[in-house]
Write a protein that binds this ligand. Structure first.
Ligand code: NAD
Ligand code: ZN
Ligand code: ZN
Length: 390
């Protein structure tokens, strides 16, 4: 089959690889009908995630048709259409039973690798390095999906791929960011990053009753989408305005009740931490640039919540611990526990509350994935979200 493979830093390639096979009785094989490129893929693309190997198949946002089932699979059969959550989760361990699916204790066969970096290992993720399980991803013709009775969500008839594809990741992820903020009606939420994840954090904050939602980015087309489609009431272009004073002006000087970092470790910015960090190629721990996170903490209203859904991998410095402690801030973070949110959010799509396809700006062939990664990374041609199909 054809698959989009990671070949090294900023190098992906469509390659012929062996078809996946059932290796466990609870596996299914899915023929992928749609997949997408995520901001998290860019961290792999830019070589910031250790334990990637040349030839690894990328892609953790995907859906398709079941073409084969292991003999223990009970809820799915050949021909079913499914959308697959990006964490691999067993459904029965102590983390899964607490709905912390991205922390599944049994799905990551290479847990020891992650333990070295993070103390304990999170779940395995599709297409996301060997330390996160070494699972082949879904930017491919076919993909093996373990724990088939736990993760994949059957798509009701009448919904298109584009309406439900993002249940695999970015819609639940953005929504989880808003959920972490414990929003009470009318509160103000600020969201750093108007990428696809930020758009759904904004949409989530709106669903959960926020009164004012402020989107922060530097790309006018992304801020426009946040305002016209996701539900932002205000926008701040950080190239034109000072973020901290603009936020203070919008909130009677107190700051937003909650702040969401939907940017992560590759934040763009000005000043020493942006300028120097890219040169530290030999020390991964110094590569991360927590510029959005710093602003989110410093600007948050005293007693408020900072939700971190942008991905970080190692260590950061210049962390404003003093603000966190002395102003009683709460910080919450995580890879998305997608399984927890998929069904309620599918219901919202079914009811017509939201059509997540508003983020799609480019529809490309799987064979165009290399150009897609470049375009998405450089935010060229008004690119917000790329969907790939054969
Ligand atoms: P993206 O690259 O499309 O969007 C990131 C946005 O952040 C861009 O629009 C960029 O201009 C903006 N940005 C950069 N620096 C900024 C700054 N200093 N202030 C404000 N905005 C800034 O990526 P995406 O797909 O939206 O993903 C965003 C983040 O979410 C990534 O780190 C990704 O890894 C992470 N993510 C996390 C999960 C999870 O489960 N927690 C799931 C999916 C993605
Ligand atoms: Zn993703
Ligand atoms: Zn589990």
């Amino acid at each position: 089959m054809k698959a989009n493979c990671w070949m090294g830093k900023q190098h992906v390639q469509l390659r012929d690889v062996p078809d996946p096979t059932i290796v466990h009785p609870q596996d299914i094989i899915v023929r992928v009908t749609s997949s997408a490129i995520c901001g998290s893929d860019l961290h792999l693309y830019n070589g910031l995630v250790p334990t990637m190997e040349s030839g690894d198949i990328l892609g953790h946002e995907f859906m398709g048709e079941v073409v084969e089932t292991g003999h223990d699979v009970k809820t799915l059969r050949k021909g079913d259409r499914v959308v697959v959550p990006f964490p691999v989760a067993c459904g029965t361990c102590s983390a899964c039973t607490r709905q912390l699916y991205a922390l599944c204790e049994t799905s990551n066969p290479n847990a020891w690798m992650a333990q070295k970096l993070w103390g304990e290992a999170p779940a395995g993720l599709f297409g996301y390095s060997h330390m996160l399980g070494g699972f082949s991803g879904g930017q491919a013709e076919y993909v093996r999906v373990p724990f088939a009775d736990v993760g994949p969500l059957k798509v009701p008839e009448g919904l298109t791929d584009e309406q439900v594809l993002f249940l695999s990741d970015i819609f639940p992820t953005g929504y989880m960011g808003a959920d972490m903020c414990r929003i009470t009606p009318g509160q103000t939420v600020a969201v750093w990053g108007a990428g696809p994840v930020g758009q759904f954090a904004i949409a989530g904050a709106k669903m959960l009753g926020a009164g004012r939602i402020i989107a922060i980015d530097r790309f006018a087309y992304r801020l426009r989408m946040a305002q016209e489609h996701a539900g932002a009431t205000d926008i701040i272009n950080y190239e034109e305005q000072d973020v901290l004073s603009a936020l203070a002006d919008l909130t009677d000087g107190r700051g937003p009740d909650a702040c969401i970092d939907a940017v992560g470790m590759e934040a763009h910015g000005h000043g020493p931490s942006y300028v120097y960090a890219p040169d530290r190629h030999n020390d991964r721990t110094l590569l991360e640039r927590p510029l959005a996170l710093q602003q989110a903490i410093v600007s948050c209203r005293s007693g408020g919540t900072v939700a971190v859904i942008g991905v970080y991998g190692g260590h950061i410095d210049k962390f404003p611990m003093g603000a966190l402690v002395n102003r009683s801030l709460t910080i919450k973070a995580g890879q998305c526990h997608v399984h927890k949110y998929m069904r309620p959010l599918l219901a919202r799509i079914g009811h017509g509350d939201i059509d997540p396809s508003f983020v799609i700006t480019h529809r490309l062939r799987l064979s165009d994935a290399p150009q897609g990664y470049e375009m998405f990374m450089h935010k060229e041609e008004g690119c917000e979200k790329i969907v790939l199909s054969l």
